[in-house]
Design a protein. Structure first.
Length: 120
């Protein structure tokens, strides 16, 4: 249980929007995701404002990655920012799980199509 309605990083009132976008510490997470996306030629998928967090992108993989980041941000042991390395770990964990499922179900082509922008 938390004793205060204030953000532990910036002392602003905690709202969901603050925890997902307004806090400067959380913004670093989205900046880091954007750098990963730009590196892969996915500029259209970048998170440039609060509403973009919830947008379905062109790629199902990008939408899933955003959901995984939101999941990491709202854990009880609240993360305030994720570095590029942590974002890449989320992506690699997702790839490994999806690959396992694809192999088990003999659907490797669907796996490759879905995650093509993130496969090395």
């Amino acid at each position: 249980m938390v004793d205060s309605d204030r953000c532990m990083n910036c002392e602003e009132v905690k709202t969901f929007k603050h925890l997902m976008w307004e806090c400067n510490h959380v913004r670093i997470t989205w900046i880091n995701l954007n750098s990963v996306l730009v590196e892969r030629g996915l500029e259209k998928e970048c998170v440039r404002d609060y509403s973009n967090i919830y947008d379905y992108g062109v790629s199902a993989a990008t939408s899933t990655i955003k959901l995984k980041i939101i999941q990491a941000l709202i854990q009880i042991d609240r993360r305030t920012k994720l570095g590029v390395g942590e974002i890449l770990k989320i992506i690699n964990d997702l790839i490994n799980k999806e690959k396992y499922i694809a192999v088990k179900n003999n659907k490797q082509m669907i796996f490759k199509q879905k995650l093509k922008d993130f496969l090395k």
